[in-house]
Design a protein around this ligand. Structure first.
Ligand SMILES: C[S@@+](CC[C@H](N)C(=O)[O-])C[C@H]1O[C@@H](n2cnc3c(N)ncnc32)[C@H](O)[C@@H]1O
Length: 255
């Protein structure tokens, strides 16, 4: 049996080709793969000899807790050897990778990490660059849903800045986000909501942040989705940005 170890692997945003060579090598040498619902199932084909265990929230009637996943990693590592924990996007971007690494290393199991293409870095696939020196000094990536369920107060800070604002896990907080920009009298800032970025189910709607709630409702946009707020939504010119946007299955621009 291989000695116990954990490799935390970023699966990318959904398109199975957006994975690193290092990640494929880890999957090929895995004895067990624990995967979640945001990781493309096509990637499991690389794990030819591994036991495959689904630990995603979706599909489990009562859900599986983070504590149970942590325990399972340890159990499987001692039972079988090399455990690959395959997580959507990048495991260290709102992926609880820290909790899993800390839990197993505390128990004497060595761990390593392979970065993945985050949903954040995939926004460009929808014709929207994260930065453009003409309109964005940088970008913020903030959660819409903190550990206690509340919206991060950093969103109010970001709403006053010259940088692009990217919000993950924010689809249940659209009214609050809209209200923050209204209170700054910045309702005309362009916004994009991108659901299932990089997959065949990708949907994109573009409007202004003053009608964020309506934009999501009218286009039936739900999780998993990223919200991008800033002038960069319209930065790509000469048809290039529009061409990328139009490749998406449901693309709606609201003036
Ligand atoms: C728990 S976080 C995990 C983020 C992931 N580690 C990453 O790097 O993309 C889940 C959130 O990521 C975003 N997300 C992940 N995959 C996505 C995708 N394919 N399209 C749009 N948003 C996605 C959504 O905001 C979703 O609610």
């Amino acid at each position: 049996m291989n000695s116990p170890k954990l490799t935390l692997v970023g699966a990318g945003p959904g398109d199975p080709e957006l994975i690193t060579l290092k990640a494929i090598k880890a999957l090929k040498s895995a004895d067990v793969v624990l995967y979640d619902h945001l990781a493309s199932q096509d990637l499991l084909e690389y794990a030819e000899t591994a036991e495959l265990v689904y630990v995603g929230k979706r599909g489990h009637k009562r859900g599986i807790s983070q504590e149970q996943i942590n325990e399972l990693i340890v159990e499987k590592a001692f039972e079988k050897g090399h455990v690959v924990r395959l997580k959507g996007g990048d495991p260290f971007v709102f992926g609880r990778g820290v909790e899993e690494i800390n839990f197993v290393t505390e128990r004497g199991i060595p761990a390593s990490y392979i970065p993945g293409v985050s949903s954040v870095n995939s926004i460009g696939l929808s014709g929207i660059p994260l930065t453009d020196r003409n309109s964005a000094d940088g970008y913020w990536v903030i959660t819409g849903h903190k550990k206690d369920g509340s919206l991060s107060s950093d969103i109010a800070l970001a709403s006053q800045s010259n940088s692009t604002l990217v919000i993950l896990m924010g689809m249940s907080k659209l009214a609050e986000i809209e209200a923050i920009f209204s209170s700054q009298e910045r309702t005309n800032v362009p916004v994009a909501i991108i659901q299932h970025v990089s997959t065949q189910n990708e949907k994109l709607a573009i409007g202004t942040v003053g009608s964020l709630v309506a934009l999501a409702e009218e286009n039936e946009l739900t999780n998993p989705a990223v919200i991008v707020i800033g002038e960069v939504v319209n930065a790509l010119k000469n048809g290039f940005g529009e061409a990328l946007k139009e490749q998406i299955s449901i693309y709606q621009r609201v003036a």
